[in-house]
Design a protein. Structure first.
Lengths: 103, 181, 199
C-alpha cells in the first residue's frame, strides 16, 4: 500500500516536464505511514487535525525548460488536486526550484 | 553542458555564489587536494582532515556570497579550513601550555636529514616532528597567513603563548634546516 | 630547545623570539641593531624562505595526492544540493485560490545563467536580480544584471546583445515578471583549452 506522499511523488515524477522532486527541507513531523514504507517521500503532506483530507501539500520541483514553467506547475497542481477526494479543501503549494534543459 | 574546468577561480566563485553546483564542484576538485593536504598537516590526521575539509566546503557553499574578492578563492577556503580544523583541535584535549613531544612520530636526527632528497623533504620532516602546538602556530602563520591575535583566538590561548610557540618552532626549523644545508 | 629562542643572535642583543616578532611586524619600526647585524639578517631571510617553502610543501603534498575520494565527493555534493540557494519565492498566477504556485529566485538565476551560457563563446559569471517594487514583499518588475566572460577574440558587443535577447526570452517564457531591463557587463575573457591544457 502506498502512502499519499509516495503516491503523489510518483504522480508528479511521471508528468511531462518534471525532471525531479526536491525535498521540502527539514520535516519535523513524518507521518507514521511514511516510516512504515521506509524512505520518506519528498512531497510534504501536512495532516489536518480533523477529517481525513490533508491540510496542505507542498511539492518542490525541478522542471524541464522545453515547456513553460508556469504551465507545467499548474498541471502539477491539477494532478495533485485530482488525486485528492473531490472538494477537499487542501492547500496545494508548488514551488519551482530549477528549470533546466534536459541533457 | 558548459565545460567549466578551464574557467578562472573568480568566475567559478561567482557562479557558485549564485547557486551553480557544477561550478562549485569544479572548485572542489581544483582546490580539494590542497585543502586536504593543509588540513592533514594542521590536524596531524588524514581522517580528521577529510571531515574538516568537507565541513569547510559545506560552510563555504553557504557563505560564498560573502567572498569579497572572487579571485582569492583558495586563501578564503584555506581560512575556513583553518577555522574548522582548529575547532576540532580545541575539542580534542584540554588546552595545555606545555608543548609535549610527539613520541609516535619517527624522528630523524640532523645527520639523517642531510641525505634527504630535497629541501622540501627536510622541511616536511622538521615540521612533522614539532610538538603539535608549535606546528599549528607555524602552519596558521606561514600557510594560512593568520595574525598572532587570530591564532590565539583560534587555539583558545594567549598572544604571548603564540609568540613563544612560534619562536621555538622557528628556532627548531632554522637550526635543523641549517644542518641540512 | 627552549633556550635557543632566547639566546642572543650574533651579538645584536636580540633573541630569535624578538627577531620573530620583528619579522611579523614587517620589520617596522626599523631596529638598527637587527638591520645592521649579518647573522640577524641571515636568520630573518631564512625564516621568510622557510615560510614560503611551507606553502610549497602543502602544494607538493596536494600534487602527490591529487585523487579525490568519490564517496567523499558525492556526500559533499548531495549535502550542497539539498541547500539549494532558493532565495525568495516569486509567485505565479493561479486560478484556484487553494493553490499557490511560485518560482524561486535560485531557479530564475539558473535560467539566466543557462540563457547566457547558450550563446557561443559566452560563460556567465554573476547574476543579480533587483526588484523595482517598492514596499512590497514580492517583486513584479525586476532589473537583471549579468556579468559574462567572452571568448578571446569574439565580438564583445555582439555577445552582450545575444545574451540580452536570450535572457529576456527565457524570463518571458518561464516567469510572469515584468523585465525592466537586462544589463550585460563583460567582466572577463577566457580561452578554449587545447589538448586538455587549461587556462
Amino acid at each position: 500500500m502506498t502512502s499519499l506522499p509516495h503516491e503523489l511523488e510518483n504522480i508528479v515524477l511521471a508528468m511531462p516536464g518534471v525532471v525531479t522532486v526536491y525535498s521540502s527541507g527539514p520535516r519535523v513531523a513524518i507521518g507514521a505511514l511514511e516510516l512504515t514504507n521506509g524512505s520518506p517521500s519528498r512531497v510534504e503532506v501536512t495532516a489536518s487535525g480533523q477529517g481525513s483530507d490533508p491540510e496542505r501539500i507542498v511539492v518542490n520541483v525541478g522542471l524541464d525548460a522545453s515547456a513553460q514553467a508556469p504551465v507545467t506547475a499548474t498541471a502539477i497542481a491539477s494532478a495533485i488536486r485530482a488525486a485528492l477526494p473531490a472538494g477537499a479543501a487542501t492547500a496545494i503549494v508548488v514551488r519551482i526550484s530549477s528549470v533546466t534543459e534536459r541533457t | 553542458m558548459t565545460d567549466l574546468t578551464a574557467l578562472s577561480d573568480a568566475l567559478l566563485a561567482e557562479r557558485s555564489a549564485d547557486g551553480d553546483e557544477f561550478a562549485f564542484a569544479t572548485l572542489v576538485r581544483r582546490h580539494g587536494p590542497y585543502l586536504r593536504a593543509f588540513a592533514t598537516r594542521l590536524t596531524g590526521s588524514a581522517a580528521d582532515a577529510d571531515d574538516v575539509v568537507q565541513d569547510a566546503l559545506i560552510t563555504a557553499w553557504a557563505q560564498l556570497s560573502t567572498l569579497a574578492e572572487p579571485g582569492k578563492v583558495r586563501s578564503w577556503l584555506t581560512s575556513i579550513v583553518s577555522r574548522k580544523a582548529t575547532d576540532r583541535i580545541r575539542a580534542r584535549k584540554p588546552s595545555s601550555e606545555l608543548d609535549e613531544q610527539r613520541a609516535e612520530i619517527a624522528e630523524r636526527g640532523p645527520e639523517h636529514r642531510a641525505i634527504e632528497a630535497s629541501q622540501l623533504d627536510a622541511l616536511s620532516s622538521v615540521l612533522s616532528a614539532l610538538p603539535d602546538g608549535q606546528r599549528q602556530c607555524w602552519l596558521l602563520k606561514e600557510v594560512a597567513g593568520y595574525s598572532y591575535e587570530e591564532i590565539a583566538e583560534r587555539l583558545d590561548t594567549t598572544i604571548a603563548v603564540v609568540r613563544g610557540r612560534l619562536a621555538r618552532a622557528r628556532a627548531t626549523v632554522v637550526t635543523e634546516m641549517e644542518v641540512w644545508r | 630547545m627552549t633556550d635557543v629562542a632566547n639566546d642572543d643572535i650574533g651579538g645584536s642583543g636580540y633573541s630569535l623570539e624578538q627577531l620573530s616578532d620583528y619579522l611579523d611586524r614587517g620589520r617596522t619600526p626599523a631596529i638598527e641593531e637587527i638591520d645592521g647585524n649579518a647573522e640577524c639578517q641571515a636568520i630573518l631571510g631564512s625564516l621568510e624562505r622557510y615560510g614560503s617553502l611551507s606553502r610549497d610543501l602543502v602544494s607538493r603534498d596536494a600534487a602527490e595526492h591529487p585523487e579525490i575520494d568519490e564517496n567523499w565527493f558525492s556526500s559533499l555534493l548531495s549535502t550542497i544540493t539539498r541547500e539549494v540557494k532558493a532565495g525568495r519565492d516569486i509567485p505565479l498566477a493561479s486560478a484556484d485560490p487553494r493553490t499557490s504556485i511560485s518560482i524561486t529566485e535560485g531557479a530564475i538565476r539558473g535560467l539566466v545563467r543557462a540563457a547566457g551560457d547558450s550563446i557561443d563563446g559566452v560563460i556567465v559569471g554573476r547574476c543579480t536580480l533587483t526588484d523595482a517594487a517598492l514596499g512590497e514583499n514580492t517583486p513584479s518588475a525586476i532589473t537583471v544584471d549579468v556579468s559574462i566572460s567572452v571568448l578571446l577574440g569574439s565580438s564583445v558587443r555582439a555577445a552582450a546583445e545575444a545574451v540580452r535577447q536570450s535572457v529576456y526570452g527565457a524570463l518571458l517564457k518561464h516567469t510572469e515578471l515584468q523585465i525592466d531591463s537586462v544589463n550585460v557587463t563583460v567582466s572577463d575573457v577566457h580561452v578554449i583549452p587545447i589538448d586538455g591544457d587549461a587556462r
